[in-house]
Design a protein around this ligand. Sequence first.
Ligand code: BGC
Length: 813
Amino acid sequence: MTLEEQVSLLAGADFWTTVAIPRLGIPAIKVSDGPNGARGGGSLVGGVKAASFPVGIALGASWNPSLVEKIGGALAEEARSKGASVLLAPTVNIQRSAVNGRNFECYSEDPCVTATLATAYIEGLRNGGVGATIKHFVGNESEIQRTTMSSDVDDRALREIYLPPFEAAVKTAGVFAVMSSYNRLNGTFTSEHKALLRDLLKDEWGFSGIVMSDWFGSHSTAPTVEAGLDLEMPGPTRDRGDKLVAAVRAGEVAADRVREAARRVLTLIERVGGFDTPDIPAERAIDKPEHRALIRRAGAEAIVLLKNDGILPLDLAGQTIAAIGPNAEAAQIMGGGSAQLNPHYAVSPADGLRVLTSENQLRTAPGVTANRLMPLISGPFEVDVYGRPDLTGPVVEHQSHPLGEVMWFNEVAPGVADAEFSLRATTRFTPSETAEHVFGLVSIGPSRLIVDGRTVVDIRKDWAPGDNYFECGNREVRGTIALEAGRTVDVVVEYRFVQAITLNLKAIRVGVAVPLGDKAFADAVELARASDIAIVYAGRSGEWDTEGNDLPGIALPGRQDELIAAIAAVNPRTVVVLQTGGPVAMPWLDKVGAVVEAWYPGQEAGNAIADVLTGVAEPGGRLAQTFPRSIDHTPVETGDPSTYPGRDGHVVYREGVFVGYRHYDKAGIEPLFPFGHGLSYTSFDWQAPSVDKPVFDGEGTITVRVRVTNNGARSGSEVVQLYVAPPTSRVDRPVKELRAFAKLLLAPGETVEATMLLSPRAFSYFDVERNAFVAEKGRYRLIAAASAAAAKGSVDIELTREIVEVVSARLRH
Ligand code: BGC
């Protein structure tokens, strides 16, 4: 291969594919987001339909690696249906705060849960012939100033908390690809962080796959190549190509570095079978019954029964049911951002109940709204693109777009530069009531909204990037206009683009609604009063839980808390179904009969929720993230902006290893619901754990066994959580740390033994001075527990000598 050919492999050809070299028979391969499905190419909205699986936090709550491996297998089929041989997943950043916009994409606050599930996911994909891209390496725990922020993390926290999922993916699962993060780590962009990419990942861990940048997250030529970033994404290249060839010729980049990176890209192409099937097929939608069934089962396995006074499971026979709340008729199936896709279908909670009830048994009422943006107008948009920025001259292209939101990843029309175009997008809207209508406008660049010939929103002069579209779109601006029922009006957006936006994205979004007022609230309360059972479907949506934007807090949006309290006051049989991508405060908790957290469970949402509510399925989930009583109880919301959301471009992980339950244990703060918590519809007896080596010299592993009996009348699942509590140490160590777990499924009366292995690492902390994992000599307590706050039994082991595992890379420099 010539130098130019080698270099050509080191950046994408376009948004989703690598560069082919026909002369050498080297094919291109395609990648796709990831992680809760395979969206395929094109834009984030309106693509070829795809199966929508439970999001990361739901899989985390399943605590079930074999289920996650099956999902990996199904995702491999989905990826292939989109022509992709590499999926941009899993996301394994740690749930450090309660408000990270991508909290929903991540599995857990705990590295053991995250690493175990990530490994299973990667193996499932690989067995299906598709490569995983574990992301985002590393320190991407917030979306604030996400492309520039430095996460300042000490080596101990990195080694003990943030790196283990990546380490397991490399060493245990042999992952094919790693995506560097957008953020800087201790001041250096991770895409050019040599200690991270070369010294740690490639040299110390022996990673043989490729490192690719996050999209537009590579910022230099020589530093990224020298540091070990193999592939710049997306293409066409900005930093490589001729620039890299020149840098090699000038001696700024070693030719061997380029060669090594090219070899890694070729190895990836070979590993995913690119040479065997060189053509990338067209995208297809494959809506398989097996995938439907798997998604439904996984949804139920992820649902956490937080509280139950005995009202659940529901017997619907002869009962009238009120399905209330903003999420009753809306199917909240996924979070927002690059993980979103166009689902085959989406079952709402009310639809899930409708198939189980007769018409006069079930009634619904929203009561309040919970949206962050005005509800999307239905579209379609007809778009006239002009070749000048001021809507003059001829129309260079006419386009039709199916939705009320239009996004362009590449140039808006062929041959028209981003700085040059302007466009006029028109849709028609027929009001269903005569009322004051509120319109909302978001765009990436200046725009205005004209309804029925009147300018309702004008952000041509004051447009500024805000909290939409990955920090590239403005904060939604709203305007009102009175409209008449049945009289159709034209809704027009005039739009142009301004450069200086990290992503090359262009987008417009129009929302409209007549706000729900006190009458809707009162109607919902009346309905609850008149029904035997009231189920409130509350929570958030992918507008809140989204990439590009952290949450404002953990209170339910809008008037939902007020609504739940009002419903509970009139109906003693009130059940709350939450759907969020992370913790929520529950000021009404004592007043309601039961609470379940259903997350974003994918396209079968309503069916999975109904399965659990009616007892067809066991609520199989356990929290993999602590739910605090209040946002200021988290380890990062300390009131000091440097720990969150960051100050002067740095967010300091001052809490060190005390993340999640490690923090609550240390601070003595009782959370609302502890890590690991989740109830069952049956009950269990636990026996004390036993070990094969009560005296351990550090050779091999210790086997821990815990016997659990289902003493109830229904089958059910229990998660045996094994925490290790260290002896008094020379460093400040967590009270206890999860080191293994096992999910058991038990028939009535059945006893099953959980078997878990502990290696010396399970007893170690990371000693920064010695650059080593160190397990001190002494007595360790192994605690078998049903949550971080529910110990069921323990056994002590004696470690007879100090075990030191020296590592080579030093990250902080
Ligand atoms: C996200 C990645 C994603 C990529 C491609 C980025 O904005 O951070 O997770 O894979 O876009 O869509």
